[in-house]
Design a protein around this ligand. Structure first.
Ligand code: FES
Length: 92
């Protein structure tokens, strides 16, 4: 399972059938998103290293090195930065 290093702070394991956005959510993070379909760009972040594969069509504008985690999966160990997320609130 490829690993995903996020913002130089934390590393999580990706599940091959999950998008990067879903993987973040399964790791108890709350990433920013809106459409979950490659349209809005809310989830946009920067790929520092590694390879991703797109499972949807990217309609939102991305600059070189930017990816849309809602429609791509990690193909290898990857490192991303500029990921906007908060930690999930734990409920008792
Ligand atoms: S959530 Fe809209 S492009 Fe990813």
């Amino acid at each position: 399972m490829p690993s995903i290093k996020i913002n130089g702070i934390t590393t999580i394991q990706s599940h091959p059938s999950n998008t990067i956005l879903e993987t973040l959510e399964r790791a108890e993070l709350e990433p920013e998103y809106n459409c979950r379909d490659g349209h809005c760009g809310a989830c946009r972040c920067t790929l520092i290293s590694g390879e991703v594969e797109y499972v949807g069509f990217a309609m939102a504008y991305t600059q070189e090195k930017e990816i849309l985690p809602c429609i791509c999966r990690a193909k290898s160990d990857i490192e991303v930065k500029d990921v906007k997320y908060t930690l999930k609130e734990r409920r008792a």
